[in-house]
Each structure stands twice: as structure tokens, then as C-alpha cells.
Design a protein around this ligand. Sequence first.
Ligand SMILES: [Zn+2]
Length: 140
Amino acid sequence: MPPIENLTKNPSLGLPNGPHDFNKENVENLVEKKRFGNYAVGYSSPIGGFIPKIIGRSDKDLQDKILNGIDVARKKGYDKFCFKYADSLKEGFERECLNYHTYQRQLDDKMHPSQPEGHDIKCPDVICAKFFKSGKINRP
Ligand SMILES: [Zn+2]
């Protein structure tokens, strides 16, 4: 049993589709192909609630991205996932940033989300935005 970490009162952290049981069938059936958006993977706590451990997004194919990480995540005992499609790359990036800053301390990957390729969009977090250097992208 993984340790109890920060529980989110909002069971799906702005990702209203879920939490679903995390398995290949569910991802294939519930997440449409060729959509972009955000997801979180984690586990359900014995006292209720969803505990996110992995947060991510895809700017190309959300289903693909979630399936790619399924073996590693299942080995760690993560058994739930939730997701939301994004209407724009900006929306997806900003949602990932906000989730990252909210749950940073309990996430497996502490790296700040990267900007969509070729787009200079700033992190919406007010404190982070001061330090988030734009221009990391090498423009052609
Ligand atoms: Zn940030």
C-alpha cells in the first residue's frame, strides 16, 4: 500500500472524466484517439479520494500517451486515471501547469511541464511565471 499523501477534495483535479480503473481496455474505450488534452494517474485512497502521482498531457494523441505509461504505472500500484480533452494547446499546457504546481510535492516526476513545441506560452502560476524563462525554445 503506497503512503497516504495529499488527498484532493476535488476527486479529479480539474480532470472531470474519471477517476476510472486504470487498464488498457478503459483507456482504449474511454479516451478517443487523436485528441489532445490532460491526464492524471494515481491511486484511490482507502478513505476515499484520488491521489495523483503522475500528471501529463499530450499535444497529439492523449490515448497513445496514457497507454505508453501504463506498464510502469501499474507496477507502482497506480490503479486510477482521469483525463480531460483540451480545446487548445494553450489550455492543455496551462491546465498541466496548474495541476503540477498544486501537486508538485507528491508527483513522481518533479520536472516542470514543457511548453507545446513551437509555442511560447507562459506558465499561468503567478509565482512561477516570474521565474519561468520564456525563450527556452530554439526558434528556427
Ligand atoms: Zn510553472
